[in-house]
Design a binder for this molecule. Structure first.
Ligand code: AMP
Ligand code: FES
Ligand code: ZN
Ligand code: ZN
Length: 309
């Protein structure tokens, strides 16, 4: 297999694009494409302040690397969730993220949930569910709340996450199987800012997971290999595997599934329509973030419950 650009030996073959590239050209191609997606979907402008949510995994570290290579002003945010799971998951991912920032002289904000709120994620989860459920939902709620809070308090215009195509296609697959209109209408590369929340963007949403792995390795990025020990619901993993099976029989099917969805949504062809009025939002009495609940947002309700227990 030869590189399409220079004819040297290829390092990666991307069947969905019918294109193989050598290491140097692949490492050029990824940021070029990212820049194209940023412009195409109107993610952010050159003069906007970007906050990258970095978990210590390959996708978000690669995203931070790409945005800096492209010359954007992007600072990092790491959330310490206090997850151990026998592999010191949080401690190790924090170490790798801090090391990445230090080596490149980048600004990183670190928020330790336990120091901030008195309990780690597993403890919050234990209090909320009495051990009957995995911490993932409490974890997701906390991450969203804290990302919004830091972006607002520190004056960032945009919040960028490292979701890749495999993540997005799996979510889309799940939402389609359920015909979850609300979720389908909200899914996309950009979630516009509203009621004081920063705009949310996913610049890597068109790259396959294996492309991000290859990019991180070729760039010498040290990232945490392990998944969170509580591993995001088995369903999500099952959808990813199913899509990968389809992909190996029909290269490109994952990308087409996602892109055609975005096109249909943009042109208004998606036959799902929301007719009722969107819920009335007002500021949470404790933290000020928009919520449809009467007094407190779900995060603050969880905090109150934990503090009272
Ligand atoms: P996940 O929900 O673990 O699949 O992660 C999706 C994205 O959320 C990652 O690519 C990161 O951008 C962000 N993220 C996940 N965990 C953290 C964390 N502990 N701190 C900051 N950002 C995170
Ligand atoms: Fe949050 Fe696993 S429970 S990352
Ligand atoms: Zn080449
Ligand atoms: Zn609140």
């Amino acid at each position: 297999m030869k590189c399409r650009k220079c004819g040297e030996k290829a390092s990666i073959n991307m069947r969905q694009h019918r294109m193989a590239l050598c290491k140097d050209h692949f490492l050029e191609w990824i940021p070029e494409q990212t820049e194209r997606f940023i412009k195409k979907y109107g993610m952010f402008a050159r003069d906007e302040k970007i906050l990258v949510a970095v978990s210590g995994g390959k996708d978000s570290l690669a995203l931070w690397d790409i945005l800096t290579r492209l010359g954007y002003e992007a600072d990092g945010l790491y959330l310490g969730l206090g997850i151990d799971g026998g592999i010191e998951y949080s401690a190790e991912s924090q170490r790798l993220t801090e090391e990445f920032a230090r080596a490149r002289n980048l600004k990183l904000h670190v928020i330790d949930i336990e120091k901030e709120y008195g309990h780690s994620i597993p403890v919050f989860s234990e209090i909320s569910f009495r051990g009957k459920d995995k911490p993932c939902s409490v974890c997701g709620l906390t991450k969203r709340h804290e990302m919004n809070r830091i972006a607002r308090d520190l004056g960032y215009d945009v919040l960028a996450t490292g979701h890749n195509l495999d993540d997005e296609a799996a979510v889309l697959f799940g939402n389609t199987l359920q015909w979850s209109a609300d979720y389908l209408l909200r899914q996309g590369p950009v979630l516009e800012s509203k009621e004081g929340l920063a705009r949310k963007v996913k610049p890597l949403c068109r790259f396959y997971e294996r492309e991000m792995t290859a990019y991180s390795i070729m760039r010498g990025i040290e990232y945490i290999y392990e998944e969170c020990p509580f591993a995001e619901g088995a369903t999500q993993i099952f959808y990813k595997e199913t899509l990968n099976q389809l992909e190996s029989a029909r290269p490109g099917v994952k990308l087409t599934f996602y892109l055609r969805f975005l096109e249909a949504k943009q042109s208004g062809d998606l036959f799902i329509q929301k007719d009722e009025k969107p819920p009335q939002l007002h500021p949470c009495e404790r933290c000020g973030q928009p919520t449809s609940a009467p007094n407190l947002c779900s995060f603050c309700r969880m905090l109150e419950k934990a503090d009272a227990s």
